[in-house]
Ligand binder design. Structure first.
Ligand SMILES: C[S@@+](CC[C@H](N)C(=O)[O-])C[C@H]1O[C@@H](n2cnc3c(N)ncnc32)[C@H](O)[C@@H]1O
Length: 332
């Protein structure tokens, strides 16, 4: 079924969008560091979210269609394992495409709480869900999930909590960050104090595979991923009165086998000086800014980490080529 584009229902939005000063401080401190970095969460302004949606449709970008395939083929098992009247809390919900598969299968879900940093994109996606599932309360939260995560006060603790975290977004965190986030998610689930049911986490992880397939996924032939990466500089120009000349930078994504991750960079073609809100940043020819790490996992390795962070593995599902996995955990 295709989502309907508009919604007439009132939809309370909790708005904890990062302040312009947060963007400024994090950008300037990242570009003053050595090596230079920019937080990947800032990819996602409205343009960035639209570019990410285009990436998801690319032939080379296997994760989205593979994860959707797993969710579709296992939807009955997933619904059975989750049970009735769960509150679905989705982290990094983006366009909520995969949520439709889940909501079509679940038995009487109690509410949907999408959480994302990209405010307008979040509101549009939430409105499409609200319009398609007329009886489902939808409470979008615009927030940085690295910060304190507060859920809307709507009697959610009466219902079992399911945290849905697809897209292997967990791969953008280093080991410590993954542990912190997994613990935070377990704590949210323990907030459901008025139900006997354990909290659950349904999470998508990208599996370790050959370098060629991985690097093609992050260096697509139509250049959409390059556009997505460089949009980060464009965003800084737009929002922080900066003067990055995009012709002086190139996109680069390579697989680091030892650390099992794609490392995405923006590389400076020349020696140059850039101004950001009155601050000068010097870049050398060939100097790289790390914009995203995307870790790849084994099911055993990820389950081991989750078990140290408040979760126990209940089920795991993969596709026929073992490209991607969807794992269901329960709180310990
Ligand atoms: C890789 S995309 C995945 C989107 C979608 N869940 C999917 O599976 O296709 C990451 C999503 O997380 C959101 N996001 C990234 N960092 C975030 C943060 N720190 N706080 C909240 N949302 C974040 C982005 O806006 C984006 O929608």
């Amino acid at each position: 079924m295709t989502a309907q584009p508009s919604d007439s229902r009132a939809m309370p939005v909790t708005d904890l969008h990062p302040k312009p000063a947060d963007l400024r401080n994090e950008v300037i401190s990242g570009l003053r560091a050595s090596p230079k970095t920019l937080p990947c969460k800032y990819f996602y302004d409205t343009e960035g979210s639209q570019l990410f949606d285009r990436i998801c449709e690319l032939e080379e970008y296997y994760p989205t269609r593979t994860e959707i395939g797993i969710l579709e083929s296992r939807s009955k098992d997933i619904a059975r394992a989750i049970g009735e009247k769960a509150v679905i809390i989705e982290l990094g919900s983006g366009s909520s495409i995969k949520t439709h598969v889940l909501l079509d299968a679940l038995i009487n879900p109690a509410a949907y709480v999408p959480i994302d940093i990209s405010r307008d994109h979040l509101i549009d996606a939430a409105a499409r869900i609200a319009s398609r599932y007329a009886d489902l309360p939808v409470w979008p939260v615009c927030a940085d999930f690295n910060g304190q995560l507060e859920l809307p006060e709507h009697g959610l603790d009466d219902h079992p909590h399911l945290i849905f975290f697809p897209g292997s977004t967990i791969g953008n965190f280093d080991q410590k960050g993954r542990e912190v986030l997994l613990r935070k998610m377990a704590k949210i689930c323990r907030g459901a104090t008025r139900t006997e049911s354990p909290g659950r986490l349904l999470i998508g992880i990208d599996l370790i595979k050959d370098r060629g397939r991985l690097e093609r996924a992050y260096n697509d032939s139509s250049g959409v991923t390059a556009e997505f990466n460089l949009n980060l500089l464009q965003r800084i120009n737009r929002e922080l009165d900066a003067n990055f000349n995009l012709d002086h930078f190139v996109h680069d994504a390579q697989f680091n086998v030892d650390d099992s991750r794609i490392e995405m960079h923006i590389e400076s073609r020349t020696q140059q000086l850039v101004e950001i809100d009155g601050e000068e940043i010097q870049l050398g020819a060939g100097e790289r800014i790390c914009t995203e790490l995307s870790h790849k996992f084994s099911i055993e390795g990820f389950a081991h980490l989750a078990e140290h962070s408040g979760w126990t593995l209940a089920e795991s599902w993969t596709d026929p080529e073992d490209l991607f996995a969807v794992l269901l955990f329960e709180t310990l």
